[in-house]
Ligand binder design. Sequence first.
Ligand code: UDP
Ligand code: MN
Length: 297
Amino acid sequence: MFKKGEKMALAKSLKMFLTIFVATTCIYMVLYQYHLSREPITQPKYIKPPLYIITPTYRRAEQLAELTRLGYTLKHVVNLLWLVIEDANQTSPLVIHTLNRIGVPYEYFLAPMPDEYKNTKKAKPRGVSNRNRGLDYIRANATSGVFYFADDDNTYDISIFEQMRYTQKVSMWPVGLVTKFGVSTPIIRNGKITGFYDGWIGGRKFPVDMAGFAVSVKFLHERPNAKMPFKAGYEEDGFLKSLAPLNLTDIELLASNCTEILTWHTQTKKNANASPLNLTLHGDTNLVSLNTFLVRT
Ligand code: UDP
Ligand code: MN
């Protein structure tokens, strides 16, 4: 047992030890706060390369539904500019309203299909004017990053956007629900492209789907004449050929070396135009307001 004097001495040194400990901790905290306050405001060390998503759209009953679905997918992706380009002669307040609601950074342009293609009985080159207008925007405004043609009716897993973002030249990956084969993809053997799997080859050098490739902005700038031809069925092939020189060995394979499906060529069932609203019956109801949100051709 300790004697009374020893106890007091022990308590005293314990008190002293605690005082020194608390004081040192406080001094450190003050110094650390001072150090933090002197640090310059840190910029993010690494900003991801920008993505330009070119989306052709056109007036039809499903239009706002398609743009809503795609827009909220794109909302999960950072540093992205959505280039929405409508095949029309006049802007659509309903499209603008929808884009504003979604809140993804966007630009909205018009690019009508030339009459000679619009009035043809043959298959139309759908979305070509729109995509070429998107390319013009990129040539005039973008210096780095990657662009991708995302039709308004297709379906996209957001991980493909993070993968395509780092494309150096041209990247490719499989697209589900295309032709009778169910998938369109480069065929990979020992890590290399040995051909293309697509239900319709049609003599194409690059028999791929619009949803299955992305291109670097720098690569486009180095090819000032690259554009998409008005040739139904050959839009992808014509555009990729216009990017020459482009060898199969230049193509970067995404979706785990083309073993996963992250984009789908979906098609929405066509819907008839809504019948006109009978104002005599419903003129004093909510149907008047709802009617203003229905797209008719
Ligand atoms: N598109 C267009 N004008 C048209 C038809 C289609 O701008 O007259 C757009 C459409 O919104 C889509 C793309 O072009 O983003 C491809 O059209 P669609 O989905 O009809 O073609 P598919 O996928 O069936 O080949
Ligand atoms: Mn489509």
